[in-house]
Ligand binder design. Structure first.
Ligand code: CA
Length: 506
């Protein structure tokens, strides 16, 4: 393979090395550029001489300034860059460059499960929600037995899952921020892939009473309360959970897939283990798929506050109107304050893996990350754990942590998850299928039984962003319809729900 680099934007004065083994000092690119030192794959090479304090530009934006002179052809490493200040939120341009809607894609459908609340699922799962951690092992015990003894009799139901979490008691339940874990649990329980109807196991004495989650009375139909006097010990509790589960399975097994318009689809986008290729291959390809989904009428969520914070000025400009831009600033400012309370800031985000993968800092990571969100207008903004109700592109504010973001996007109503990765992760969720898109062909080849889409072909010129984007779009529809299974579903790799609780534990 001849020496190859990718430059994203004509304004960029750095590019990233494509060759899987990296390139040694003295390598010559087609344009005549000679490497001054050995540079690993996905790391940056200076395309021109950069003066001390000169801006280092990638994605057409400054990702930092040079601590000292950087020669043309040398390796632009993390330690050579200073981190710029984040864009000021009080000067963010509101709806200054709202994109014009692209022509709609008519007639796009998927085969989903229609729910009474109007939502449509992509899976047919019995989910048992817990109100408190105390009941979790009991519910997990019951779920093992339900899967072994009852589920085989109910064809058409994909899975039985326990929605467990550490919340529910020993928490300051009325403190600011407590509404986040509470509404997350409620919205998970009512997820479209669980039939849009909750089955709950409560202990009895916990702070998070079921009535706080759902508008139900003492005799709620789909609930077991373990401390009720009628249960004489563990065997009775498990029997009660199993009996209720069987009733739900009967109901769920009567459901069949029906054609649903793409407007019933809710797709959540996320990245994890990003590298310098993520923003060149996987994220732009997912961005193209996002544009197609939006044109087809679907809801597409992007999230991960700390990874978009440095692109705030680009996002507020893309808002559909000033109210949406204001809501975006509100969520980002809330998160700034949340991080400041812990003595952290957004520079705490990049991991050792990100840096090994060529990402110098959070600015570079953020600019690559927002490529996932495509090019359409941002139609709405929701807080962590809130249910998304708007169509089109939505910013659902969440932390960037893979499991926390995935859990909050599920609470927001996500029925298909698209996850881009550079370093690789076997991540998956029980509640919604997770399509994993690799930023590099080397990863896709090394993990052929974990990665669903290889976007690395874009860097080598073997496929275009549009081609891979179209492939992802089709795979989303096939996965939503149950025609294709993701690798994480085939292996049953399902990360546990992970709540975001910014409020005190007592
Ligand atoms: Ca993430």
């Amino acid at each position: 393979m001849k020496p190859l680099y990718v430059r994203v934007n004509p304004l960029d004065n750095v590019a990233i090395v494509v060759n899987p083994e990296g390139l040694s000092s003295g390598s010559v690119f087609e344009c005549g550029l000679v490497l001054k030192e050995t540079i690993p794959q996905a790391h940056k090479v200076a395309l021109v001489d950069i003066a001390p304090d000169g801006e280092v530009i990638r994605y057409g934006q400054a990702i930092g300034s040079a601590r000292r002179a950087i020669c043309r052809g040398s390796w632009v490493r993390e330690e050579l860059l200073t981190l710029p200040e984040p864009p000021a939120l009080d000067r963010a341009p509101f709806a200054a460059a709202t994109p014009v809607p692209a022509p709609p894609l008519e007639g796009v459908t998927f085969d989903g499960y229609r729910n009474a609340d109007g939502s449509a699922g992509t899976k047919n799962i019995l989910g048992i929600t817990t109100t408190v951690q105390c009941v979790a092992p009991t519910v997990e015990f019951a779920v093992r037995r339900i899967k072994a003894e009852i589920l085989p009799r109910y064809g058409g139901v994909d899975d039985v899952i326990a929605i467990t979490h550490p919340y529910g008691c020993g928490v300051a339940i009325d403190a600011p921020g407590a509404e986040i874990p509470i509404r997350t649990i409620r919205n998970l329980a009512l997820h479209p892939n669980l039939g849009g109807e909750a089955m709950v196991v409560s202990l009895g004495c916990e702070k998070l009473q079921p009535a706080r989650l759902f508008a139900i009375g003492e005799d709620a139909p789909w609930m077991v309360r373990l401390q009720d006097e009628q249960y004489g010990g563990f065997g009775d509790m498990v029997a009660a959970i199993m009996a209720l589960a069987e009733k739900r399975l009967e109901k769920l097994s009567r459901r069949t897939r029906v054609p649903c318009p793409a407007s019933d689809l809710v797709v959540g986008l996320q990245c994890g283990g990003s590298d310098a290729f993520s923003g060149v291959t996987a994220n732009p390809a997912v961005g193209h798929a996002a544009d197609l989904l939006v044109r087809a009428g679907a809801t597409v969520m992007f999230s991960e506050v700390t990874e978009v914070r440095d692109a705030a000025h680009l996002l507020t400009a893309r808002a559909a109107d000033a109210d949406v831009a204001r809501a975006l600033v509100r969520e980002l400012a809330w998160y700034d304050a949340y991080l400041a309370r812990g003595g952290a800031d957004r520079s705490a985000n990049p991991t050792p893996g990100n840096k090994r993968g060529g990402l110098a800092n959070i600015v570079e990571k953020a600019l690559g990350s927002v490529a996932k969100a495509g090019t359409t207008a941002i139609m709405a903004v929701t807080g962590p754990g809130e249910r998304v109700t708007s169509k089109g592109l939505v910013f659902a504010a969440t932390p960037a942590s893979d499991f926390v973001c995935g859990t909050l996007q599920a609470a927001a109503g996500m029925t298909v998850h698209v996850f881009t990765t550079g370093e690789g992760t076997p991540y998956g969720l029980a509640m919604a299928p997770v399509i994993k898109v690799a930023s590099r062909t080397t990863l896709a080849r090394r993990w052929p039984d974990l990665i669903d889409v290889d976007a690395g072909r874009i860097a080598t010129g073997d496929a275009t962003i549009e081609e891979v984007g179209r492939e992802i779009f089709e795979l989303i529809l096939d996965t939503a319809s149950g025609r294709k299974r993701t690798w994480s579903d085939r292996w049953g790799l399902h990360n546990a729900p992970s709540l975001f609780n910014p409020a005190p534990v007592t």
